[in-house]
Design a protein around this ligand. Sequence first.
Ligand SMILES: C[S@@+](CC[C@H](N)C(=O)[O-])C[C@H]1O[C@@H](n2cnc3c(N)ncnc32)[C@H](O)[C@@H]1O
Length: 351
Amino acid sequence: MSGAPEPVAEPTPVAEPTPVAEPVEASAVVRAASPAPGIGAVEIVHGEALDVARTLPDSAFTLIYLDPPFNTGRTQERHVVSSRRADRPADTTQEIPDAGEPGSAESRGTNTDGTPDLLRSVPGREVNHGFHGHRYERVRELLHAYDDRFDDYGDFLMPRLEEAWRLLADDGTLYLHLDYREAHYAKVMLDAVFGRECFLNEIIWAYDYGAKPRTRWPTKHDTILVYVKTPGGHVFNVDDVEREPYMAPSLVSAAKRERGKLPTDVWWHTIVPTTGREKTGYPTQKPEGILRRIVQASSRRGDRVLDLFAGSGTTGAVASALGRDALLVDVSSEAVRVMRERIPHATVQEP
Ligand SMILES: C[S@@+](CC[C@H](N)C(=O)[O-])C[C@H]1O[C@@H](n2cnc3c(N)ncnc32)[C@H](O)[C@@H]1O
């Protein structure tokens, strides 16, 4: 989840230059139009993410977008199944040794900067799908030593990430939308679930809205971590991505200016405008422009898209408008109400 979407305060009237023109067009899908039969169908399921995910078949989705609630805390633990795997039999992969244990420094893999790679169990061998056996548990212990808030967050998120991995098609991509307080923990979890080689991008969504503290750099970005199921075998429709204006248009040819540039991993985009057509009133609603870019790049017409924390249904509204089928899950009755209204052609499954 992001800190961005809930416009709690009036915009600070600070005159400051926007770094680039808004490259992602603010959008237009308020009420998603009825789809052509079989394309752009939307199903809303009122239920808990993990419970619903476990009912879905393997490899069913080309794109999964997750925008989970920020650090859910202990209250969530009551209805989630813990991700702790220590009670499972270890698989054949060697466990990560403790720092300082014999053989830990040199025999363990290292990152390119020479620091130890916690997720590499033996030299030259990446740990894929580290939730098997004890490996994720070991990482979890190490993280706990630094910050025990990881426990609650990890217990909530990890089993849902495992399910996301299972549900992704071989050419599929996961986008995990986070705020700055969670991104580093989630990166470790995703490396464990997918394998580091499946990390595709860290996208920074930068915006500029709300109050600005005077004692630190105002935090005005969300992080979207992107992982693929099969490195190199994933869908990425580079030619379908809407291009954006060059930051220094005078430095490029007229033809290039006209075409615009391919977006990088930093996306400047406003939050959902408080008075715009796109606004549903749902507090954590994400902009359609952000989702449109994700859906265009990482799925094709007719593909299936999943959002397990669907909120106001932005993913489904955009996916449907672009001819993808979408499955939207949310545990909140209010979210389901908003989605019904926003996507009138959706079917709704109540518990
Ligand atoms: C950050 S919001 C998602 C906003 C969404 N991306 C949008 O554009 O509107 C997170 C959503 O997760 C839902 N949620 C929280 N815990 C959940 C759970 N365990 N299972 C399913 N949904 C959950 C909340 O009801 C909330 O709507």
